[in-house]
Design a protein around this ligand. Structure first.
Ligand SMILES: Cc1cc2nc3c(=O)[nH]c(=O)nc-3n(C[C@H](O)[C@H](O)[C@H](O)COP(=O)(O)OP(=O)(O)OC[C@H]3O[C@@H](n4cnc5c(N)ncnc54)[C@H](O)[C@@H]3O)c2cc1C
Length: 376
């Protein structure tokens, strides 16, 4: 079968590897004309780690023992609101979570998939289909036919918007800054810190590098008049150590700023010989650190459905039903965590913190581990 995948992100590359495992001829079409080391840290949870192993990613490429404990949750002054580090874990920590630089993981996937089957500078424009084939037109005007088209073109997916024109991304109401910098990790407790309207998180990513992120309630499209670094230093100046130092050591040009969006869960994903995967299908806010993890899971489930059912239409609809069931509650849960984390009024913050502290450590740990249970 000739498979065309739109988008060479974590989702498209994972799907490409998965479908090559079935012996299909797969080409990935990527709109950018070169791969740039974009992005910052990505938490790769156990469910995705198992997915990457299913895809045959060499264990050496997945080695990463930088996370020493589950993430804690703290108040802006450093007091612990929840500390899942307490209590026994069901398995070693590096079997539960690892943190990679996105560019590093993407490069591993490119090497496993094969750069020769990636067409760069090939933006998807439109597609039409009959019972027998899909005809694709690229932004260059070039056209081609394939048996299966997978839209893995991210949250602003043109493939999705062609199938569901109303499925435009939804703004969460907050923006996120991220950076990866060289930093001494010995005094950092990995985890997230909550204030009113703002959050700050930090995780080691290996190679003596630290990944940090920050969020703040903001209007969509806004940017800081005096530079993002100065703005962050101002809002986080009284927060617990080493937040001010991390910001001081971060060059302005290392800071990425992205407004946070998701999509409303779709009732239907694809049709006929076309389906969706990754953020194109199930973009969620980053509050569970599961967006890329779910893209990897989707790739494995798609492979398994195609292997189990020789009827293409049937296999694709089974894949979509399975993945909708898994990702729809996650999109909603991510929204809820975001709403709680970004609470702005003092009374709300007090109530939230009191409730967080009252949750027994065992239950805190169970909440973190529940999304990691996966059924491919
Ligand atoms: C602040 C933040 C923090 C995050 N942290 C985590 C985390 O810790 N863990 C985690 O698992 N997830 C995290 N995520 C989510 C994660 O980044 C995404 O879910 C994941 O990257 C989605 O991968 P994708 O391949 O589906 O989409 P993308 O990475 O968006 O890739 C889509 C690809 O398609 C290409 N493309 C787009 N349009 C076209 C077109 N018309 N034609 C051809 N190509 C096209 C793009 O150039 C891109 O290469 C985070 C997200 C944000 C915003």
């Amino acid at each position: 079968m000739q498979v065309a995948i739109i988008g060479a992100g974590i989702g498209g590359l994972s799907a490409g590897i998965a479908l090559k495992q079935l012996g299909h001829q797969v080409k990935i079409y990527e709109k950018f004309s070169a791969f740039k080391p974009v992005g910052a840290g990505l938490t790769i949870w156990r469910n995705a780690l198992l997915g990457l192993r299913e895809l045959g990613i060499p264990e050496a490429a997945l080695q990463n023992h930088n996370v020493k404990s589950l993430a804690s949750l703290r108040n802006w002054d450093g007091a612990f609101l929840s500390d899942p580090r307490k209590g026994t874990l069901p398995m070693p920590i590096d079997e539960l979570v690892r943190v990679f630089h996105r560019a590093e993981l993407q490069q591993t996937l490119i090497e496993t998939f094969g750069i020769e089957d990636i067409v760069l500078g090939a933006g998807f424009e439109t597609a039409s289909q009959t019972d027998d084939k899909v005809s694709v037109t690229l932004s260059t005007g070039e056209t081609f036919d394939c048996d299966l088209l997978i839209g893995a073109d991210g949250i602003n997916s043109k493939v999705r918007l062609q199938l569901h024109p109303d499925s435009t991304p939804v703004y969460s109401g907050y923006t996120a800054w991220r950076a990866v910098i060289p930093y001494d990790q010995s005094h950092c407790v990995p985890g997230e810190t909550w204030g009113a309207q703002q959050r700050f998180g930090m995780f080691p990513v290996g190679h003596d590098q630290m990944y940090w992120y920050a969020t703040q309630v903001a209007a969509a499209g806004a940017c800081a008049a005096n530079g993002e670094k100065a703005h962050l230093q101002q809002i986080f100046k009284n927060w617990h150590a080493p937040i001010a130092d991390l910001l001081a050591q971060t060059p302005e040009e290392a800071i990425l700023r992205n407004d946070v969006y998701d999509i409303d869960p779709l009732r239907k994903w694809g049709s006929g010989r076309i389906t969706l995967l990754g953020d194109a299908a199930h973009a969620m806010t980053p509050n569970l650190g599961q967006g890329a993890c779910q893209a990897i899971e989707s790739a494995v489930v798609l492979r398994n459905c195609l292997r189990a059912d020789s009827d293409l239409n049937g296999a694709l609809r089974t894949y979509e039903a399975k993945r909708r069931k898994r990702t729809t509650p996650m999109i909603r849960q991510c929204r809820q965590i975001g709403n709680v984390g970004q609470i702005s009024n003092k009374a709300g913050v007090f109530l939230r913190n009191t409730l967080m502290k009252a949750i027994p450590p065992k239950l805190q740990q169970a909440q973190v581990l529940r999304p990691l249970e996966v059924d491919f």
